[in-house]
Design a protein around this ligand. Sequence first.
Ligand code: CA
Length: 261
Amino acid sequence: MTPALQKRNLMVILPNANVRQDTLTPTHQSAAYLMKLLIVEDEHKTGDYLRKGLGEAGFLVDLCRTGLDGHHLAMTEHYDLIILDVMLPDVDGWRIVSALRDAGRTTPVMFLTARDSVNDRVQGLELGADDYLVKPFAFAELLARVRTLLRRGAPAVTSQQLHVADLTLDLRRRRAARQGKDIHLTSKEFSLLELLVRRQGEVLTRSLIASQVWDMNFDSDSNVIDVAIRRLRAKIDDAYTPRLIHTVRGMGYMLDQPDDA
Ligand code: CA
């Protein structure tokens, strides 16, 4: 690993020390599927209050305090809903939602902001936010809106499956299967496979894969992508025909199925 990569890795990984996951009561754990929410909020009191309240309401909650952390988690993990403060000290909420939508991620987003001008609302909704709540708000109102958004999103999300040949990706549960057999993938492996499937037939360069899946830039001599592809192939390709992930020498990788498959 080159020093430059190590440095970038640190930049990405260290802020995530702020991310916490609430523990669940046994009752919650028995639910078939736990809704997972991401809160991005730099005001500590508000963030803690939301995490506690939503945790008690039965949601799995990740909380982060900066836009950089929020952007990273929103792009790499699966959430059923993202609650996003607009005014953040580093990467603001507008940029995070734009990046999400540009990457084809349809996760519902609720903006939280102290600002209450018509322009802000319009900008937020145009960028792809699904709802907009002005601070200060009553927790009961936030919870009601969260539930409405989750209900609204549920049917569409349930049908979110991607298929290539006999490979199926369940985007909601972040599960992959080939020939109907479940394949266990790490979160990163799933994100990598999802990117390849969404852009099947396209050659994806290592730097594009790095920026989309790892949210970072790699030196071109880094083999991080190659190692990740090798692991993914071992899981989804080695025991199956046809092989779906192809190396395009000197360029990158492409997921494709032969025309006669
Ligand atoms: Ca703020």
